[in-house]
Design a binder for this molecule. Structure first.
Ligand code: ADP
Length: 345
């Protein structure tokens, strides 16, 4: 279900892009240098200071933990940091590190100052996490060879490196792991103005020459504060404009193209609206528990919690109270219903 949504912040195959401009692979939309990274001003400032300081001291950068919803630029920042330090980036993810050997293999291959990016670090198995502590702290790994009487612990020294961990669920990280990161920062949703800058640059890189300012504005407000969604909507609009509007992208073309995809002028799609409608129609606007909504919709509660609720909460159509989920006055308005007089917000 969530996989087919044009507004999902999770990465889809159509979003994959090369890290650098490849002669045959089309343009890379990812920013390469820190100066090109749009938005997240506090984080960019913290990282720029840290990068400058370690450059002056000729040291490696501290380990960095980035947390926040998907599609906001965590992976992009890892690429940017490696580029700024002039080192290589190795990428992996928590679920891919099923055995400690996978991690040790990569760690021993890395050169001084290289960056190891672990996406979804909260899903790293506990057995692998044990190996990461001494690697992060003392740049060494201990592993046991043989077993029983002949077991021997061998310590292997590593070159100083920077670990960048990314997670959408910082709360699931163990305290010992979390405390080993020197810098920990939450990424926020982007404002429409920031998305406009990203969209403008992307339109140029994609050689879209006939795009009006209000077209980008219309895409921006439907992008759910998420660069990945903005870029995906831009690509869909580009296809639509090429086939239906001789390549001319106007505000009207955007509205038509995205209506065809089921995306309304708040960036909500059919699944979001179905979720809000179930609360209104079956539960009188709430409060109602997530499990009950999931049962009404015939959907999985944790999927709804991960992929539908964050944006509805963020955009103020939904509230989460101790008694359960309820529509806000904007939620009622969106569905064309009038809010009860005693609505508490
Ligand atoms: P995450 O790792 O948080 O899921 P990504 O780093 O993969 O997100 O970003 C998703 C896409 O959005 C990337 O392809 C990148 O081109 C774009 N993007 C993300 N953040 C920015 C930004 N600050 N400036 C410009 N483009 C961005």
């Amino acid at each position: 279900m969530a996989r087919d949504r044009v507004v999902t912040p999770e990465q889809q195959s159509e979003d994959r892009e090369p890290a650098v401009v490849q002669p045959e692979g089309g343009p890379a939309l990812r920013p390469v240098r820190m100066a090109e990274y749009v938005g997240q001003p506090d984080l960019v400032e913290r990282l720029s200071i840290a990068l400058e300081a370690v450059r002056q001291r000729k040291e490696t950068m501290e380990h960095v933990l980035l947390h926040g919803p998907p599609g906001l630029g965590k992976t992009t920042l890892a690429h940017v940091i490696a580029t700024e330090m002039g080192t290589r980036l190795y990428t992996t993810s928590g679920p891919a590190l099923s055995k400690a050997g996978d991690l040790i293999g990569t760690l021993t291959r890395m050169s001084e100052g290289d960056v190891l990016f672990i996406d979804e670090i909260h899903r790293m198995p506990a057995a692998v996490e044990e190996y990461i502590y001494p690697a992060m702290e003392d740049f060494k790994v201990d592993f046991t060879v043989d077993s029983g009487m002949h077991a021997k612990v061998i310590t292997v020294g590593l070159k100083p490196f920077t670990l960048i961990g990314a997670t959408t669920r910082a709360g699931l990280l163990t305290q010992p792991l979390r405390s080993r990161f020197g810098i920990s920062h939450h990424l926020d949703y982007y404002g429409t103005d920031e998305l406009l800058v990203i969209l403008h640059r992307a339109a140029e890189k994609l050689s879209m020459s006939d795009v009006s300012a209000d077209a980008l504005q219309e895409i921006g407000i439907r992008s759910r504060g998420t660069p990945r969604v903005a870029l995906r909507l831009l690509r869909r609009v580009r296809d639509f404009a090429q086939v239906r509007a001789s390549g001319k992208v106007t505000g009207k073309v955007v509205v038509e193209a995205l209506a065809l995809e089921g995306v309304d002028d708040h960036g909500l799609d059919e699944l979001d609206r179905k979720y809000l409608r179930s609360i209104l129609e079956t539960y009188g606007g709430g409060p109602v528990g997530l499990e009950a909504i999931a049962a009404t919709m015939g959907d999985d509660a944790s999927t709804l919690e991960d992929v539908v609720e964050p944006y509805l909460l963020q955009s103020g159509f939904l509230a989460r109270t101790r008694q359960g989920r309820c529509l806000t006055s904007s939620g009622y308005e969106l569905l064309g219903a009038s809010a009860p007089r005693d609505l508490f917000e």
